[in-house]
Unconditional design. Structure first.
Length: 67
């Protein structure tokens, strides 16, 4: 499976991968993440059961607040 993550194409040795699995494997367990798949924002509720497909384009941004 090929995914483009933050404009970088990556190969995965699995045919099925959920968004939650990807985030855990990448240690992206921050509370505030903005995730878009193929241009559509993924809600918190959708994260747990969203299945990624070959060719999907993901944008993953950590939201940081401060002053």
């Amino acid at each position: 499976m090929k995914l483009t993550i933050n404009h970088k194409e990556e190969d995965f040795s699995t045919d099925e991968l959920t968004l939650n699995q990807l985030l855990k494997n990448r240690d992206l367990t921050f509370k505030r993440l903005l995730i878009r798949i193929n241009g559509s924002v993924v809600t918190e509720e959708e994260k747990s059961d969203k299945v990624l497909k070959d060719g999907d384009q993901l944008d993953i941004v950590r939201i940081i607040s401060g002053g």
